[in-house]
Design a protein around this ligand. Structure first.
Ligand code: LCS
Length: 407
């Protein structure tokens, strides 16, 4: 009889099937289909020799909860499979994944080139904590390959990009940047949070490492903080032992289980996020009170053609500016009735926020403006509600805003 596990290994499934079945098998003892939660911190060994072998990585197994747990390991195998990487490391947050990925390649005296618009937490880590350990950073416009090339120094040890970027949805050419990195023997780290593996697989087109805030689309329910680093096994093993383990950044079994449950609907969710976001972006772009819309699915987006080549869908995040600026922008988000003012993104609920005073407040204003984050910019994470209801909500908020101000 062919074992289901063997069959699963040989199937060339599409992403939606892989999300549900890849690297996940019924429990051999109970035949339970949903994953067991194993919260144990300690694991018993039959003898001292086996214990030593597991610790030295010579044998499969778990030896202490800070280095992972069996529930997490199922999830890590699944994420590695979906991203097309050799191995994955699941950690306590997206920021844990990002800091581990960077510290995995950088040490005192090293330099990293980072694309100019990145998540505010990443910026904060790179400008306040990393310099305390002697790590230098330069933020450059990676849409200009010459700017990236000229930022590379003799002590550059990594290139870090986020595409599409938070919050301006700048799309970067992973293939071209990957080729440049290969020429200079630099690892390319890509934050794939806004896309999820459903829409973009950076490892297939030139990246060496993928990082995720799984808090967003991967879990998809706004109830878990988690992150992943995906890449070559030796690199991930080092990060597991020396960074996650020694810094105590592990993801616990219960949260791993919640993600294993949440991820099953990722294919469906992401499809809906994308189709609704396209409709809403088109509505906003045609609205007389909206100054500018940033969404890769719009023809007006500067990297629309690249986005169509590189991404399987345009994602669920839209940024826009209302006519007027800061005051009008804040009044608009206060007038929304369905969308909630909140940090985070990728949840079932539509969430709206003001990057200059919320997610990107850590970036000084002068820098923020260079990153294209104006005071009036609003970011919308399109939820799973009916797109027409989200449009109605935006419409009423825009109308109320300008009827009050007499425009
Ligand atoms: N990468 C990106 C692109 C993000 O947007 C975030 C968080 C992170 C990494 C960090 O993930 P975390 O540690 O929170 O799991 N983005 C947030 C945002 O836009 N609003 O609140 C958090």
């Amino acid at each position: 009889m062919i074992e289901r596990a063997d069959l699963a290994m040989t199937k060339d499934w599409s992403m939606n099937t892989k999300i549900i079945h890849d690297n996940q098998f019924p429990d051999p003892e109970t035949r339970a289909i949903s994953q067991s939660v194993v919260p144990a911190v300690a694991y018993a060994f039959p003898d001292a020799e086996t214990a030593a072998e597991v610790v030295s990585d010579g044998a499969k197994g778990v030896y202490y909860g800070r280095y992972g747990n069996p529930t997490l390991h199922v999830l890590e195998r699944k994420i590695a499979g979906l991203e097309g990487g050799e191995a994955a490391l699941g950690v306590a947050s997206g920021m844990a994944a990002i800091s581990i990925a960077l510290l995995g390649f950088l040490k005192h005296g090293d330099h990293v080139v980072v694309t100019k618009d990145v998540y505010g937490g990443t910026y904060s880590f790179l400008t306040s904590l990393a310099p305390r350990f002697g790590i230098e950073v330069d933020f450059v416009d990676c849409t200009e390959i010459v700017s990236l090339l000229s930022a590379i120094k003799p002590n550059t040890r990594a290139v870090y990009i986020e595409t599409p970027s938070n919050p301006r949805l700048t799309v970067l050419d992973i293939k071209i940047i990957g080729e440049l990195c290969k020429t200079h023997q630099l690892p390319l780290i890509v934050d794939n949070t806004f896309m999820s593996p459903c829409l973009q697989k950076p490892l297939d087109i030139g990246a060496d490492i993928v990082v995720h805030s799984a808090t967003k689309y991967i879990n998809g329910h706004g109830d878990v903080l988690a992150g992943f680093v995906v890449g070559k096994k030796d690199v991930i093993d080092f990060m597991r032992k020396k960074l996650m383990g020694d810094l105590g950044q592990n993801l616990n079994a219960w949260e791993s289980f919640l993600i294993l449950r949440g991820i099953k609907t990722m294919g469906l969710r992401v499809e809906r996020h994308c189709s609704s976001a396209q409709k809403i972006a088109e509505f906003l772009e045609s609205h007389p009170f909206v100054e500018k819309v940033y969404y890769p699915g719009l023809k007006s987006h500067p990297q629309h053609e690249l986005a169509k080549r590189q991404m399987l869908g345009m994602g669920g995040i839209i940024s826009f500016e209302v006519k007027g600026g800061l005051v009008e922008g804040k009044r608009l988000i206060n007038a929304l009735q369905l969308a909630m003012i909140s940090f985070s993104l990728g949840d079932p609920e539509t969430l709206v926020q003001h990057p200059a005073s919320m997610t990107h407040a850590a970036i000084p204003k002068e820098e923020r403006l260079k990153f294209g984050i104006s005071d009036g910019l609003i970011r919308l994470s399109v939820g799973l509600e009916d797109a027409n209801d989200i449009i109605k909500d935006l419409d009423q908020a825009l109308s109320s805003l300008f009827s009050v101000s007499g425009r």
